[in-house]
Design a protein around this ligand. Structure first.
Ligand code: ZN
Length: 146
């Protein structure tokens, strides 16, 4: 195992054990998206608050494997405070990463998200990693409609 894999594994376990932005927003405060990944048994409830085109708050509750939960933690951390456009762009970049592609737009700071890039090598786990991002995409789409 390379030291990079080792570093990535440590970042993933850190988010799994100490999830960022864990919780739920009041119904009046934001919208909630519930999604699950039956192939692994992961479930997520993502709360988003979108104001004036900015994701002002993001929280999640969920149960599942270390990949799905750490991905949700990293995602909320990455999109909080960002314009909706940028959050969507990050979701696209993440989807590219999961397909083993290098992101076209390298101006985005992926931060901890990069630690999940190794998941691309394990097709069965990709759905675990993308669950939170799918919830994000649904959430911002709903927010844009209301
Ligand atoms: Zn999973």
């Amino acid at each position: 195992m390379s030291s990079l894999d080792d570093l990535y594994r440590r970042v993933i376990m850190d988010h799994y054990q100490k999830p960022r932005n864990k919780g739920k927003l009041d119904e009046a405060e934001g919208l909630t998206i519930n999604l699950n990944n039956p192939t692994c048994g992961d479930s997520i409830s993502l709360s988003l608050k979108v104001e004036d085109g900015i994701v002002t708050d993001a929280k999640f509750l969920g149960e599942g494997c270390s990949i799905s939960m750490s991905s949700a933690s990293m995602m909320t951390e990455a999109v909080k405070g960002k314009p909706v456009d940028e959050a969507i762009k990050l979701a696209q970049v993440f989807s590219d990463l999961m397909q083993g592609k290098q992101p076209e737009d390298d101006s985005l700071d992926l931060g901890d998200i990069e630690a999940l890039s190794g998941v691309a090598k394990f097709p069965a786990r990709i759905k675990c990693a993308t669950l939170a991002w799918k919830a994000l995409e649904q959430g911002v789409r709903q927010a844009n409609q209301s």
